[in-house]
Ligand binder design. Structure first.
Ligand SMILES: Nc1ncnc2[nH]cnc12
Ligand SMILES: [Zn+2]
Length: 318
């Protein structure tokens, strides 16, 4: 449920696409790209992330990117994927919204047919760009609305509070779109409250900083607002020093509705399974805990009722 499809771009595919499109990369090898994956904070990662995705130009590129990820996810046991994408990052390079959505949707249709994977598409706005630009993108998306399930909010969090996007999210609500937002990853707990109050989001991406504010924790518990937590991402971006310091056990003890996600699997050390394994190793969680987390995801994911019932039955039969 928390997966940036551009963050699934492995260096090997980055080089293939660079060659296919005649794009030059500042790195001269796959190893050199991987060696650059040592980040001091979210911004250091974002700089590399936006640079890497510049190889994406055509419908086929978006299709290949998404299909490669969906195959890997399927191979590790994932049954439903919500792909988030950053349209502005591509529009700024002259790649149309239609190209982006057509490529991603082509892979999503194929994954449904060939892998029995259900999927949803989340169009995320960049919070470090003007709200007026996000509004323009939303208006452009009007002709593709049946292909978009939700809008999101991501990129550099500190100094970019959610409230700036209140009008954009109100418009998204009026267009019938579900809403999510990154909040409380690097930013303060108050951004989580603000995302709930000003944007009307139904889920919070990350949200790990909520523990700073006991009243907010009580609110999240009472309303059972889902948090899409990404532990390996938090370690790589130095939100926490190590898995052993991660607040996930405290969040679980607080009775919150948690799911465990990969964020940007190519950059942060792996997919959902790697995140589950890291939790098992760090916290000693047993099968019942992981079943509970996966059940939470099925309960709140963007999927039709028949699929939800099918997946709930499958997890109950485990
Ligand atoms: N972890 C993250 N936080 C904010 N924006 C992102 N875009 C891609 N990954 C992100
Ligand atoms: Zn994210």
């Amino acid at each position: 449920m928390h997966l940036h499809i551009e963050g699934s771009l492995e260096p090997e595919l980055m080089f293939d696409l660079a060659e296919r499109n005649g794009v030059s990369l500042v790195y001269d090898s796959v190893e050199a790209v991987r060696a650059a994956y040592a980040f001091d904070d979210l911004q250091a990662f974002l700089d590399l992330y936006y640079q890497g995705m510049a190889v994406l130009r055509t419908v086929d590129d978006f299709d290949d990117l998404a299909m490669a990820y969906l195959r890997r996810a399927h191979a590790e046991g994932v049954v439903h994927v919500e792909l988030s994408f950053d349209p502005q990052a591509h529009l700024l390079r002259g790649v149309s919204l239609a190209t982006q959505i057509e490529g991603l949707r082509r892979a999503m249709r194929r994954a449904a047919r060939e892998l029995d994977l259900s999927t949803a598409l989340i169009m995320s706005f960049l919070r470090d760009r003007p709200a007026a630009e996000a509004m323009q993108v939303l208006e452009q998306a009007n002709s593709h609305l049946e292909l978009i399930d939700a809008v999101g909010l991501d990129s550099a969090e500190r100094g970019n509070p959610p409230g700036q996007f209140a009008e954009v999210f109100a418009r998204a609500r009026d267009l019938g779109l579900a809403r999510v937002a990154h909040a409380g990853e690097e930013g303060p707990a108050s951004y989580i409250s603000e995302a709930l109050d000003s944007l009307g989001v139904g889920r919070i991406d990350h949200g790990v900083c909520c523990l700073e504010d006991p009243a907010l924790v009580a609110r999240l518990r009472e309303a059972q607002i889902p948090l899409t937590v990404c532990p390996l991402s938090n370690v790589r971006l130095k939100v926490v020093e190590a898995m052993s310091d991660h607040p996930l056990p405290a969040l679980l003890d607080a009775g919150l509705k948690l799911t465990v996600n990969s964020d940007d699997p190519a950059y942060f050390g792996g997919g959902v399974l790697d995140n589950y394994l890291a939790c098992h190793e760090a916290f000693g969680w047993d099968e019942a805990v992981f079943k509970g987390l996966a059940r939470n995801a099925i309960e709140v994911a963007y999927m039709d009722d028949a699929r939800r019932l099918e997946l709930l039955a499958r997890i109950d039969a485990l």
